[in-house]
Structures are given as structure tokens and as C-alpha cells.
Design a protein around this ligand. Structure first.
Ligand SMILES: C[S@@+](CC[C@H](N)C(=O)[O-])C[C@H]1O[C@@H](n2cnc3c(N)ncnc32)[C@H](O)[C@@H]1O
Length: 228
């Protein structure tokens, strides 16, 4: 049983290539270790080695990969920061709202098919990557004000599309309150999206059933329609 669990977690090729944050790996292996002891079994050599190896690692960057299994065919992998605020931005980790809107978009593809989409404050990319993979837009423009966020976004896009995206994709440094009329005309989006954004006018939309991601049970998520 221990070998089976290690095969689908620590030794899983995706996990080896894109390892989760060190703190998470330590937590996971500690729990597994405790579980084995609680059942009175002996810890396998492989589990003992995995645990001691991870204990020797420092989590200096608070950074690691998160892999989101969307369905049997699609997993999205993102490099994220474990801190709520890091490098003066809140955008280096995926917010619950992005997961929630991603689910809605997968179930409502027709709003995005063959459309030019502008995402405001896109952070490190979950929503846009999912729309690109599932909703067949004509063009997708990720935007954020933070250079640090845009750097990580760019590498996350590469991870998930192996340098090859069918749709035209752009990344722009944009402040959502300062988009000029000329800039808006050049971008000319059919759809504007944003999650974890504030200070924009909105209308509340009906919720959908949460099914794909694991959410914080105490979070209250709402969908808003943004308007000028
Ligand atoms: C709370 S995070 C949400 C990130 C992502 N949308 C998500 O839900 O995971 C807010 C994001 O908006 C960006 N941001 C904050 N103020 C902004 C502004 N005035 N213009 C553009 N982006 C902004 C931040 O850099 C950050 O990436």
C-alpha cells in the first residue's frame, strides 16, 4: 500500500518534474508517516528515504508547482508562491475566485468561442490557460500591473502549452483603471474577465455548482458581471 501511494504521489512523473512546495511535501509525508504508525505497520524504506530527503530541503523561496487535474485528459500546472503577499503583490498565487470562474467558463464555453478576451489582473494564469484549453477563443490577452506576476505568468503559459498555443495569446502590463480609449480600441475585446479584482462596477450573477476544485469550505464566492 505504501509503495502504491508513493507511486501516485512523490514518484509520479508530473510531481518529479514539477514538485509541489517543499512545505507541502513535508506535510504530506509527515501525515503518511503518522498514518502508517497509527495502523501499527512498519514504515517502508522508500517512505523513510522520501521523508528524510525532503527534511533536508529548505523552503527558501516559498515557491513550488501546483497541478490542477481538470479532467481525465487535462492537468494544468502552475508555479505559485505559497505566500498571500509576496514581492509586493497578491498575484503570485491562484485565488479561489479564479478556480470558481474557471469552472463556470468550462460549463459556458459559448461565451468565449471565437471571441477576443481581455483578462484584467490575470495573476499567474489559471483562468486564461483553462479558457485557452477548453473554450477556443480567437484571441486571449492576459494583463496585470505587476512585472513579477507577468514573468511568472509567461513561464506558466510555456509549461502548459510547451511553447505552442493555437490561439493568438498576448501578455500586457496594464493598470485596469488607466486603460486609455486608444488602448481599448486597439485591444477591442468582446469579453472582459477578472477575478480577485476590486474597484470595478459590477452586477451579481447566479452561482454554479462547485465540482472540479477543492475549495476552502469557509470561502464565499460570487460571480459578478463587470460593466463600465
Ligand atoms: C488578488 S490577485 C488575483 C489574481 C488572479 N486574478 C486570481 O484570481 O488568481 C489581484 C491581481 O491583480 C493585479 N492588480 C492589482 N491592482 C491592479 C491594477 N490596478 N491594474 C491591474 N492589475 C492589478 C495584481 O498584480 C494581482 O495579480
Amino acid at each position: 500500500m505504501q509503495a502504491k501511494i508513493l507511486d501516485v504521489t512523490v514518484k509520479n512523473p508530473l510531481c518529479s518534474r514539477y514538485p509541489p512546495p517543499v512545505s507541502y511535501q513535508k506535510f504530506f509525508l509527515r501525515c503518511l508517516y503518522d498514518c502508517v504508525e497509527r495502523f501499527g505497520s512498519e514504515c517502508s524504506d522508500d517512505l523513510a528515504k522520501a521523508y528524510t530527503d525532503i527534511l533536508l530541503l529548505q523552503d527558501s523561496e516559498n515557491s513550488g508547482y501546483h497541478s490542477y487535474k481538470i479532467d481525465e485528459k487535462c492537468t494544468v500546472t502552475l508555479q505559485e508562491n505559497s505566500c498571500f503577499v509576496a514581492k509586493s503583490t497578491t498575484g503570485l498565487q491562484t485565488w479561489e475566485a479564479a478556480k470558481y470562474l474557471s469552472e463556470w467558463c468550462i460549463r459556458n464555453k459559448s461565451h468565449f468561442e471565437n471571441k477576443t478576451i481581455l483578462e484584467l489582473g490575470s495573476g499567474i494564469g489559471l483562468l486564461g490557460i483553462i479558457i485557452l484549453k477548453f473554450c477556443n477563443p480567437k484571441k486571449y490577452i492576459f494583463s496585470d500591473k505587476s512585472e513579477e506576476v507577468l514573468k511568472l505568468l509567461s513561464s506558466n503559459i510555456k509549461i502548459n502549452f510547451k511553447n505552442h498555443v493555437n490561439t493568438f495569446v498576448e501578455q500586457r502590463q496594464l493598470m485596469w483603471a488607466d486603460i486609455s480609449d486608444e488602448e481599448a480600441e486597439v485591444i477591442s475585446p468582446d469579453v472582459i474577465l477578472g477575478t480577485g479584482t476590486s474597484g470595478l462596477s459590477y452586477q451579481t450573477l447566479e452561482s454554479h455548482q462547485k465540482a472540479i476544485f477543492i475549495y476552502d469550505e469557509f470561502s464565499t464566492l460570487m460571480l459578478y458581471k463587470i460593466y463600465r
